[in-house]
Design a protein around this ligand. Structure first.
Ligand code: ZN
Ligand code: ZN
Length: 437
């Protein structure tokens, strides 16, 4: 893999030549967002910064779409309508990157959404300044509340497509612990998993630790359920059909001498097909109810769905077009395949998975991963197998996740800009047109 500087080439060079001139203010913008992270649903400052910057480039900006959502629209003649989306929110993680622009507080851009927004602004700026090179409409989305998997739904329920037009394609990218400068495309749907997050309450009957036989112990029922739930994947899902079941939270009781009344579990189920996801969720419910009954719990357990995210399925034709644009602009050696990941997103709702919300069928999505690991950090993690390297690099959501801006920002901006140009330059109203060769 190459760590040499990226020299843009190919048909989009006239637009990409303008990147040098905007890279410095864009880097300052990215650092400012990083220093001021805001949690899901409270992205007021981030939204304002993006809105101001888009307005300065001539975009018609609407704020407050589905919460703190920002929509910027720029039209240049007739042509396709292409949406570009980035997330505004940060996570409740206390930063330990040691970066000079690190956040100082309880929140952190530990998922790289600051870089996504900066690259979105970069692409929006290049497109605005190079209008002769495309026709159509660019719709820029700053989406709130991705980490809670609620923001895409909120923007769509606020009439996103009715107000700003039906998209011919919606594009997004996400940071990943790949070498900076690389982009990775899925080679078949899906790119990311679908998920269901569940809350479980087991009802026992509290009592005295010394006379536990007179109580019904929900701690024992919860412990038995946790162990049994870990059989769902190896014993009910085929080895080639990826499913994960994780109990991430368990809480019960207030005192070691007291048998409590209830015990609670928080868990997440993920899968790479809707059928497997539904099957695993049904298995989880069956196990929880059976363990509750086996313990003699006096009441049925409560099982609540806290959130759902759809599979992220990239359209094969959009993927082929964007991959080709990335190979041209970044060099073929920087474009690699991406095996589907068990990470999850609410981006799928902009396509068919959200049809019940927005009422549009067949909107193609484009989605790829962008590498953010600096060359030095990459070299330090090198010399071992791929799995060892991955374990040595801080992943997304880690307090040490630190995208290498000097490489990752220009490459992410280039990836989004060239993907947008490729789709804008397709004939209008023919989202299924053949890729240009
Ligand atoms: Zn995240
Ligand atoms: Zn993310």
């Amino acid at each position: 893999m190459s760590t040499a500087a990226i020299v843009p080439s190919g048909r989009h060079t006239p637009v990409l030549k303008r990147l040098d001139a905007v890279l410095r203010p864009l880097t300052v913008f990215a650092m400012d967002l990083h220093r001021h992270p805001e949690p899901s649903g409270a992205e007021a400052r981030t939204a304002a910064r993006l809105a101001e910057a888009l307005a300065a480039e001539g975009y018609a900006v609407t704020r407050g779409v589905g919460g703190h959502g920002v929509v910027g629209v720029l039209t240049h003649g007739d042509g396709p309508r292409v949406y570009l989306r980035a997330e505004l929110d940060a996570l409740p993680v206390r930063e330990r990157t040691g970066l000079p622009y690190a956040a100082d507080g309880p929140y952190m851009h530990a998922c790289g959404h600051d870089l996504h927004v900066a690259a979105l602004l970069g692409a929006a700026t290049l497109l605005a300044r190079a209008r002769p090179h495309w026709h159509g409409t660019v719709v820029v989305l700053g989406q709130p509340a991705e980490e809670t998997l609620t923001g895409a739904r909120a923007m769509l329920e606020d009439g996103l497509y009715a107000r700003f037009g039906r998209p011919d394609a919606v594009l997004a990218q996400h940071t990943a612990p790949l070498l900076g400068g690389m982009v990775a495309h899925g080679y078949g749907p899906p790119v990311l998993a679908g998920s269901v997050q569940l809350d479980v309450t087991l009802h026992g009957r509290g009592g005295h630790a010394g006379a536990a036989h007179l109580s019904v112990d929900p701690v024992l029922a919860a412990a038995a359920a946790v162990l049994r739930l870990h059989g769902v994947v190896p014993r009910e899902s085929a080895p080639a059909d990826p499913v994960t079941v994780t109990v991430g939270r368990i809480d019960a009781g207030t005192h070691s001498g007291v048998v409590p009344d209830t015990a609670r579990l928080g868990l997440t189920v993920r899968a790479l097909s809707q059928a497997s996801l539904d099957r695993a969720v049904a298995a989880v419910e069956r196990v929880v109810r059976a363990e509750s009954a086996a313990s003699g719990c006096p009441r049925e357990p409560e099982i609540t769905v806290v959130s759902r995210s759809p599979l992220t399925v990239a359209d094969p034709e959009v993927t082929a077009l964007t991959r080709e644009a990335h190979r041209e602009a970044l060099g073929a050696e920087r474009v690699v395949p991406w095996g589907p990941s068990m990470a999850t997103e609410d981006f799928g709702l902009y396509g068919d998975a959200g049809r019940e919300i927005h009422g549009c069928a067949g909107i193609p999505l484009g989605y790829w991963m962008v590498g953010v690991v600096g060359p030095r950090q990459w070299a330090a993690a090198d010399g071992s197998g791929a799995a060892e390297r991955l374990a040595a690099l801080p992943p997304n959501h880690s307090p040490e996740f630190a995208p290498h801006l000097p490489i990752a920002l220009p490459s992410a901006t280039t990836a989004l800009t060239t993907a947008a140009l490729t789709l804008l330059n397709r004939p209008s109203g023919s989202p299924r047109a053949q890729p240009r060769r």
